[in-house]
Design a protein around this ligand. Structure first.
Ligand code: NAG
Ligand code: NAG
Length: 150
């Protein structure tokens, strides 16, 4: 009797452990992007924008850097490897307006991705008479929400 109640307790404890949330099923934490900046470095046409940032993924603890070099006239839907090729920077529509454009980040294995727009008060842009023609920086850390892409 005593032994069987002990094992019942052990089984109950084991069941509790098994029922602990599966990390795969939990919401992903947003990616943390720092030093987010874009600039139009040259006055020459076609207009080219350099864009980049440092990325930290709190879900994997991976840190890497991502950047793109896009000129008007190139295909709009572009993908760039980050320094760690497990991550890719996406420009879904190119960059026609440095003060407001869409970008995305995806894991190369398809396990997570997110998309957002750089614009608004925290996206601080300055125009120059000389090169760089214009440069913008995000004030603070940019949090990019990501989700499983299925
Ligand atoms: C952009 O590329 C992705 C794959 O990288 C594709 O799923 C999507 O349909 C493309 N969008 C357009 C507008 O071509
Ligand atoms: C990105 O990395 C993948 C895997 O290493 C490679 O196949 C692909 O060509 C790279 N893409 C670019 C644009 O460099």
């Amino acid at each position: 009797m005593k032994i069987s109640s002990m094992s019942a307790l052990a089984l109950a404890a084991a069941a509790t452990t098994m029922a602990a949330p599966n990390p795969q099923a939990q919401a992903l934490k947003p990616l943390e992007l720092t030093d987010v900046s874009a600039r139009i470095p040259f006055t020459t046409m076609p207009q080219t924008t350099l864009f980049g940032f440092s990325l930290k993924d709190p879900n994997t603890n991976i840190e890497t850097k991502c950047s793109s070099y896009w000129s008007i006239g190139q295909a709009g839907n572009m993908s760039y490897n980050c320094t760690d090729k497990a991550y890719q920077l996406k420009l879904p529509n190119g960059i026609y307006n440095i003060e407001e454009f869409d970008f995305g980040i995806a894991r190369a294995d398809g396990s997570e991705s997110g998309r957002s727009t750089l614009k608004g008060e925290s996206w601080k842009c300055e125009k120059g008479a000389e090169e760089p023609l214009e440069s913008c920086e995000w004030d603070g850390v940019f949090h990019l929400n990501i989700a499983k892409s299925g």
